[in-house]
Write a protein that binds this ligand. Structure first.
Ligand code: T4K
Length: 406
């Protein structure tokens, strides 16, 4: 990295370190020839959607990977969550963490169910069962846990809580395909789990998702609801929507699955470099995954402690973006503070862990689009930025300067 002093930083007029920006969420792409062969076969069959052979095969493979007995592929995870919410007839309030992507809450409120936001655990960033318990009211019908960053929730405690209080338990597993927990693979827990295969996910089908469940009757209901409520030709037995996955999406999903181990290897390598380098930078730490359970290592989440780095997370993100490192601030500002949920009459609840995390975390680029030396360069850049913190603060335009927390 050829930056010697603060004036070399792109935010102050220097040349950006990366001419081609590095993205968080750059898609992993498997073997193109295998994908193209599947697309050719699809055209030859002239079967493009509506439960075609690629979708059936993709569902079978998802069951194999997760160990779930039933899988229903859908057009995206948001629709998948909505189908599950409708299939259970959820009403009133459902407890969800505020530290998640907004789709988890939108799926509820889109269907007229009120999301009630709870806090997360400061170490795992997953839903905190103690916080959930304090939010339960007579109107509560379910809990939606999120396996944030691919880290499994506290499964036994949540199962016990849902059981005791007679609540449905759903998992938003959008981040967690091919991830494990001490209790088994993600996909077999709760009443249902919902994966995302969006392009930015570790394993993608362009857009797509899947619901897994151990309940055969629920699986049947979801299959019908995914296809307008059709139970057979000319026979509509329930209301439904169009949640179907297309054949070309399933072709991409199947091709991605064939390269899944390579994607994990590259992610693990990148994560290892980030961990080694970032742990040596005062004030930065890396979110870690327990060695004893499987992870897809899709998210590289760094936490900033401004009192030690001298710079806030937002200032560091501004500096990185100017250099072409498009770091993200997921899930800023917390759903409980987003306009549809946290303004006007619905004043945001105070969720201390979430409120702290949304100020501290940033996601760094990984995936198969990142070369090893790109990762090292990003780490060198972070080290340089933190070493130059005082000069940066002096150099910064006062109105760009985000307050350094005391
Ligand atoms: N639950 C959770 C916990 C989730 O995280 C999500 C989705 C869902 C539910 C809902 O799942 P789906 O209904 O989507 O299946 C992105 C994704 O759009 C979203 O799927 C994902 N979570 C979320 C965490 O990230 P944005 O608004 O950040 O996307 P965007 O357009 O800013 O793209 C992210 C970065 O990736 C950019 O730097 C551009 C880059 N990119 C993106 C695409 C699509 C590429 O380089 N190539 C691409 O093809 O939401």
């Amino acid at each position: 990295m050829n930056k010697c002093d603060v004036n070399d930083l792109a935010l102050f007029g220097g040349t950006p370190l990366f001419q081609d920006a590095l993205h968080v969420g750059r898609p992993n792409v498997g073997d193109r020839l295998r994908f193209q062969a599947r697309v050719d076969a699809m055209f030859d069959r002239r079967w493009l959607t509506n439960n075609g052979p690629n979708v059936v095969e993709f569902e079978r493979r998802i069951c194999e990977v997760t160990g779930a007995p039933h899988c229903i592929a859908v057009c995206n995870a948001t629709i998948g969550l909505e189908l599950v919410i409708r299939a259970f007839g959820l009403t009133g309030e459902v407890i969800v963490p505020a530290f998640t992507f907004v789709a988890t809450a939108h799926a509820l409120s889109w269907l007229g169910v009120q999301p009630v936001f709870c806090d997360v655990d400061p170490k795992t960033h997953t839903i905190d069962p103690k916080s959930v318990e304090t939010m339960i009211t007579p109107r509560t019908s379910a809990i939606i846990g999120v396996h944030t960053w691919g880290r499994g929730c506290d499964i036994p405690t949540l199962a016990d809580l849902a059981n005791r209080r007679g609540l449905k338990l759903i998992y938003d597993a959008a981040h967690a395909f091919a991830c494990g927990t001490a209790e088994g693979m993600v996909g077999v827990f709760g009443d249902a789990e919902v994966f995302s295969f969006h392009a930015t996910k570790f394993l993608n089908s362009f857009e797509g998702g899947a619901i897994t469940t151990r309940d055969p009757a629920l699986a049947d209901r979801l299959r019908r609801m995914r296809n307008f409520g059709f139970a057979g030709l000319d026979s509509v037995t329930s209301t439904g929507t169009n949640g179907k996955m297309t054949e070309i999406s399933a072709a991409m999903g199947l091709t991605s699955l064939e390269s899944m181990d390579t994607f994990i290897d590259v992610n693990r390598r990148n994560h290892g470099i980030y961990k080694r380098e970032i742990s040596a930078i005062d004030g930065l730490s890396l979110y870690e995954f327990p060695d004893e359970v499987r992870s897809n290592y899709q998210y590289v989440v760094a936490e900033v402690e401004p009192a030690r780095t001298g710079l806030t997370r937002d200032t560091i993100v501004d500096l990185l973006i100017a250099e072409g490192v498009l770091a993200r601030r997921y899930f800023y500002p917390g759903i409980h503070r987003m306009a549809p949920y946290g303004s006007g009459a619905a004043a945001p609840v105070s969720l201390p862990v979430t409120d702290a995390l949304v100020q501290r975390v940033m996601q760094l680029p990984t995936g198969t689009a990142m070369l090893e030396r790109n990762v090292t360069d990003v780490c060198d850049l972070l080290r340089f930025i933190c070493r130059q913190s005082e000069d940066i603060l002096h150099r910064m335009n006062p109105e760009r300067l985000h307050c350094v927390a005391s």
